[in-house]
Ligand binder design. Structure first.
Ligand SMILES: *[C@@H]1O[C@H](CO)[C@@H](O)[C@H](O)[C@H]1NC(C)=O
Ligand SMILES: *[C@@H]1O[C@H](CO)[C@@H](O)[C@H](O)[C@H]1NC(C)=O
Ligand SMILES: *[C@@H]1O[C@H](CO)[C@@H](O)[C@H](O)[C@H]1NC(C)=O
Ligand SMILES: *[C@@H]1O[C@H](CO)[C@@H](O)[C@H](O)[C@H]1NC(C)=O
Ligand SMILES: *[C@@H]1O[C@H](CO)[C@@H](O)[C@H](O)[C@H]1NC(C)=O
Length: 316
């Protein structure tokens, strides 16, 4: 009998070990995109331009697409730097492949550089809040070229609508299990408005455990402390005024935790010379980075599997 132990760093799913003729090893690794914070501030000079500004309207809690092209000289793709400013303050930059969002825009902007419908410098600004009202400029700079600009930038004006009840809606959040989570739900007038929170469309009060770990601030915002794996889901805040008008907005809470093996049989009896399956179930968030099998305390790979044992490790 052979003891094969399944060790950690894996996700929800299941891994199988098959014993079959010939030796090989399973090794899965996922590259995690690394977002490094990087700061550059470039101020723009005035609203004059050859292009007409684009006027957009967006409701609180919704999203808006700011469609901006990268106008390559001679249509030849060359390196570029991207600056998005709002009222002369940085919103978002792309510099040397590093994306960076600033202050109140963190977690709310996505660059649509691979969407055929929109220009490569376009932004998706989500979870619209009242303060998003204003002028935005998209500037594309070609650092290795003289002149390094082709035009003066593209201007957008966002008018935020429907802020009668909600001023700041919640924004998606990722936390480590055990850390606190915080969701905005700032109402226009806390004196005359009531906030109710839901998780996955069920009133928060109906989650006995979660409601005991949650606290609502005077402005309607929600703090969960400490978070648990099971808190993962959609949180919705619903604002109601005395006239019974309502407005709601949702955000997703992602709770990350160390990988755990949830089930693996302790002993498996395998008929000599036949294939067998060793089962290993695991859970993890973020997804699998590395999964390893050990045999008798050693990494199970082709180099330390003896010839003649005839084992194959594969992932299902
Ligand atoms: C913009 O983001 C919103 C919210 O995540 C999403 O529903 C929408 O599909 C996105 N739009 C585009 C064009 O990616
Ligand atoms: C929030 O997270 C959900 C679930 O992952 C996703 O569908 C949605 O697009 C995200 N919204 C924003 C604004 O990123
Ligand atoms: C930029 O704007 C100025 C006026 O502010 C104008 O004279 C100039 O032609 C513009 N440049 C381009 C490339 O559009
Ligand atoms: C909550 O309700 C909305 C709208 O009725 C629905 O689209 C969504 O799938 C529901 N979410 C869950 C987690 O049940
Ligand atoms: C407000 O709406 C709730 C549920 O939709 C209802 O039960 C209640 O009677 C309404 N109150 C008023 C004052 O209309």
């Amino acid at each position: 009998m052979t003891a094969v132990r399944c060790s950690r760093w894996s996700v929800g799913g299941s891994a199988l070990v098959r014993h079959r003729p010939s030796g090989s090893v399973a090794h899965v690794s996922l590259l995690l995109a690394l977002l490094t914070l990087f700061g550059t501030v470039q101020h723009s000079h005035g609203y004059l331009d050859d292009r007409q500004p684009v006027y957009l309207e967006a409701k609180i809690g919704s999203y808006v697409i700011l469609d901006c092209p990268v106008d390559f000289p001679q249509d030849e793709p060359i390196p570029y730097v991207l600056h998005w400013n709002k009222d002369n303050k940085p919103v978002f930059t792309l510099y040397d492949g590093v994306l960076n969002a600033y202050e109140t825009f963190i977690g709310r902007v996505t660059l649509l550089n691979n969407d055929i419908l929109y220009g490569k410098a376009s932004l998706n600004l989500t979870s619209i809040r009242e303060s998003d009202n204003g002028w935005y400029e998209c500037k594309v700079i070609f650092p290795n070229r003289v002149p390094n600009k082709r035009n003066n930038g593209t201007w957008f004006h966002i008018s935020v609508l429907g802020g009668t009840l909600l001023r700041i809606p919640p924004v998606n959040q990722t936390v480590l299990e055990g850390d606190p989570a915080f969701f905005h739900c700032v109402v226009q007038n806390p004196e005359t408005m009531f906030v109710k929170w839901y998780k996955d469309n069920v009133s928060l009060l109906e989650y006995y455990d979660l409601s005991h770990r949650s606290m609502m601030g005077p402005d309607g915002s929600l703090t969960i402390n400490p978070t648990q794996m099971s808190d993962l889901g959609f949180f919705t805040c619903e604002v109601r005024n005395t006239a019974n008008d309502t407005q709601s907005a949702s955000a997703y809470l992602n709770v990350q935790y160390k990988a755990k093996v949830v089930y693996a049989p302790k002993e498996v009896y395998i008929p000599f010379g036949e294939s067998a399956v060793l089962d290993c179930h695991f859970r993890s968030n973020p997804p699998l980075k590395n999964l390893r099998w050990e045999k008798d305390g050693f990494l199970f790979d082709p180099y330390n599997v003896q010839v003649g044992k005839r084992c194959l490790v594969s992932l299902a």
